[in-house]
Design a binder for this molecule. Structure first.
Ligand SMILES: Cc1cc2nc3c(=O)[nH]c(=O)nc-3n(C[C@H](O)[C@H](O)[C@H](O)COP(=O)(O)OP(=O)(O)OC[C@H]3O[C@@H](n4cnc5c(N)ncnc54)[C@H](O)[C@@H]3O)c2cc1C
Length: 465
């Protein structure tokens, strides 16, 4: 059968791939997308969305436990784990199905199967019905990533879980060890701990949430410990002995190894890019560890071949993948004025309780980069809306270049900060200064007023603290 010809073929239908396909179609290209498993990728099926659905259940549970604080009565509070999981899977299914409709609406050809690139401009897809050959001048690789497995700590789905098992638990563990305190590890720790599981987090770095500002990490730690979580920093899990219904972890801190028993372990030690089996080596594509090496426009160095999203490296975030998808489609279409994605302007959000959100330089990173800085802070306890919500724990921290007033970074912890951070992201995109932010009127009563106050504080002008 003759190969089907397209202007653009996208491999992988995660938030990088499906967005690149839609933007390509909007720009008049004849687009095909190849997906081997599920429309929407990890994000919609096993990442961003189902975790947030689970965390919403634990958040409501937490609020029900605090009903008395709000003058309400709630007896016999409990949960049905199967129903929590069912809701999360149904939310994921709904959104994944929606991507199929978006493909149809944009007249994008969807091919379900495993893709390889046998030569420049060619894609071979192994489908249920045989092999389909496709050709296009431009190919976008958006094959994403999967959980990293460390030797000896590999998941088995029963005692040791990856994020996929942690999203579909058959039981509520009584005693849980979470290895790794990045966003994924901390979100699962928060979910399970809130539902009453005795939870320990082990982090090899000197603090949890190690990419966040040190002050935010330390604030988060205090909150988690208050909620009953055990946090072990500068600590490493060296070995897991799997027994019947239990795991003995060999945990090393300060050169001493302690053996601790757990019922379940979640391994959240990072991700590796899906670079295998695509034919990248034969094409001459450079791969650094498990990520395709690209320039700022996501070009691989092989003419007409681009890589976006998780396979193209950090930050491993859905919105980074999508933005790269748009950029690459516009570049291919010959659009002028295409700007590279600036990683330092991409916000990171962790949906634990309390939430964490940040964009730009941390205080340490700003100093390392040689900036003289001005730092502002504002606590949730000084904000009327936070008190009214019964959420007085948290802070907003802002960092400015003393010389130019440029907003270098913003770091937040507390209720709903994952929604608030976008205000600062827009500010950074518009190259806002302290003066613009101080002259902006923030609505009252809102949590966003703390964003104003934090800026005012950096210049000694905070009103409510
Ligand atoms: C538990 C968890 C929680 C997360 N939470 C968040 C969050 O809150 N916010 C956030 O921004 N990010 C979050 N992430 C990260 C986010 O999911 C990823 O950054 C995002 O999915 C990357 O998008 P992508 O398009 O690059 O790849 P993916 O979403 O991984 O999609 C890649 C697709 O390619 C397909 N594929 C791979 N190889 C082939 C092949 N050879 N042929 C055909 N198809 C192929 C795969 O089946 C997959 O569907 C989370 C991740 C996890 C694991």
């Amino acid at each position: 059968m003759a190969a089907k010809s397209f202007d653009l073929i996208v491999i992988g239908a995660g938030p990088g791939g499906y967005v690149a396909a839609i933007r390509g179609a909007q720009l008049g290209m004849n687009v095909a997308i190849v997906e081997r498993e599920h429309m929407g990728g990890i994000c919609l099926n096993w990442g961003c969305i189902p975790t947030k659905a689970m965390l919403r259940s634990s958040e409501v549970f937490h609020l029900m436990e605090r009903a008395k604080d709000y003058g309400l009565k709630a007896d016999n509070i409990g949960y049905d784990l199967d129903a929590v999981v069912k809701r999360s899977r149904s939310v994921a299914g709904q959104l994944s199905g929606g991507i199929g409709h978006l493909m149809k609406k944009n007249k994008i050809t969807t091919v379900m199967g495993e893709a390889t690139i046998p030569a420049k401009g060619k894609v071979s897809v192994k489908t249920d019905k045989g092999t389909e050959e496709l050709t296009a001048k431009n190919i976008v690789l958006a094959t994403g990533a999967r959980a990293r497995e460390l030797p000896g700590l590999e998941a088995d789905g029963d005692l040791v879980w990856t994020y996929k098992h942690a999203l579909t638990p058959k039981r509520m563990p009584k005693k849980l060890l979470v290895i790794g305190s990045g966003a994924i590890g901390i979100e699962f720790a928060s979910f399970y701990n809130t539902l009453g599981c005795d939870t320990t987090v082990v982090e090899v770095m000197d603090r949890i949430l190690p990419v966040e500002d040190a002050e935010i990490s330390s604030f988060a730690k205090k909150q988690f410990v208050k909620q009953g979580m055990k946090i072990m920093e500068k600590t490493m899990v060296k070995q897991l002995d799997r027994g019947k219904g239990k795991v003995t972890a060999h945990i090393e801190a300060n050169g001493k190894v302690e053996k601790v028993e757990f019922e379940t372990v979640i391994s959240a030690v990072g991700i590796v890019g899906n670079v295998e089996g695509l034919g990248l080596e034969e094409l001459g594509v450079k791969v650094d560890r498990t990520h395709v090496v690209v320039d700022e426009y996501c070009r691989t160095g092989v003419e007409g071949l681009f890589a976006i999203g998780d396979i193209a490296g950090a930050p491993w975030l859905a919105h980074k993948a999508s933005h790269e998808g748009v950029m690459v489609a516009e570049l291919i279409s010959g659009k002028n004025n295409v700007h590279p994605v600036r990683p330092e302007s991409i916000a990171g959000c962790t949906y634990c309780h309390p939430q964490v959100a940040s964009v730009g330089y941390t205080e340490d990173k700003a100093k390392e980069a040689g900036y003289k800085i001005k730092v502002g802070r504002f606590p949730f306890i000084g904000n009327g809306k936070a008190i009214a919500l019964g959420e007085p724990e948290g802070m907003v921290k802002t960092i400015f270049d003393e010389k130019t007033g440029e907003l270098l970074g913003a770091h937040m912890i507390g209720a709903e900060v994952t929604e608030l951070i976008q205000g600062y992201v827009v500010g950074r995109a518009l190259e806002t200064t302290e003066e613009d932010l101080m002259n902006t009127v923030f609505p009252h009563p809102t949590l966003s007023e703390m964003m104003h106050e934090s800026v005012l504080d950096a210049y000694g002008r905070a009103i409510h603290f």
